[in-house]
Design a protein. Structure first.
Length: 167
C-alpha cells in the first residue's frame, strides 16, 4: 500500500495496543482532550467541597463487572497514604461519568442501575459537547442542567456550569 511504512505500522500497532490496554483496564474508551479538560474543571470546582467530602478520580469500584467512574464523591474519609487500594468496596455518594466523543450512551445505560443497586445516591452524566450535566437519582426523572447552578440533592453540592464549560 502506498504511504505505509514500517514506522507508520509500528506507530499504529502501538497506538492500538495502548488504547486496548486502557480500555481493558478501565472498561471504557481512552478519554479525549475535551474529556480531560472537563474532568479537570469539575475536579477544581469540586475541591471547594473537600471539607465535607473526599473527591477522587479514576477509582475502580469493587463491583462485578468492575467499573471506574471519571470522578467520585465519597463521604469524608481519612486517606492512608501507606495503604493503597486497587479497588474500593465503599461506594461513593456520587459517581460522575463524562462522555467522550468516542463513547456512546449504551455503557451508561448498563452502569446506572448497577450504581444505584450498589448504594450510590446520585450519578452525573456530563456531556461536554452539548454543555450539559444530567443528575440522576434513584426512582426519579433526571435533572438536566445546561447553564447556571447545578444542584445535587443527594450531596447538597452546587456548581456553576458556566465555569465548567467556559472556553
Amino acid at each position: 500500500m502506498e504511504g505505509v511504512t514500517m514506522e507508520n505500522t509500528e506507530m499504529l500497532t502501538e497506538t492500538t495496543k495502548e488504547s486496548s490496554d486502557y480500555e481493558l483496564e478501565r472498561g471504557k474508551p481512552m478519554p479525549s482532550f475535551i474529556h480531560g479538560i472537563t474532568q479537570a474543571k469539575l475536579l477544581v470546582a469540586l475541591s471547594k467541597h473537600e471539607g465535607s467530602y473526599t473527591i477522587g478520580s479514576e477509582i475502580t469500584l469493587d463491583l462485578k463487572p468492575r467499573v471506574t467512574p471519571d470522578i467520585l464523591i465519597f463521604r469524608k474519609r481519612k486517606v492512608n497514604f501507606q495503604r493503597d487500594e486497587k479497588r474500593v468496596s465503599e461506594m461513593p455518594l456520587t459517581a460522575i461519568e463524562i462522555l467522550s466523543g468516542t463513547q456512546g450512551m449504551e455503557n451508561f445505560d448498563e452502569k446506572l442501575p448497577r450504581y444505584f443497586e450498589a448504594g450510590v445516591q446520585s450519578v452525573w452524566l456530563v456531556q461536554p459537547f452539548i454543555k450539559t450535566i444530567a443528575v440522576f437519582l434513584p426512582n426519579e426523572e433526571p435533572r438536566v442542567f445546561t447553564k447556571g447552578e447545578l444542584n445535587d440533592p443527594a450531596t447538597g453540592i452546587s456548581l456553576n456550569l458556566d465555569e465548567i464549560f467556559k472556553s
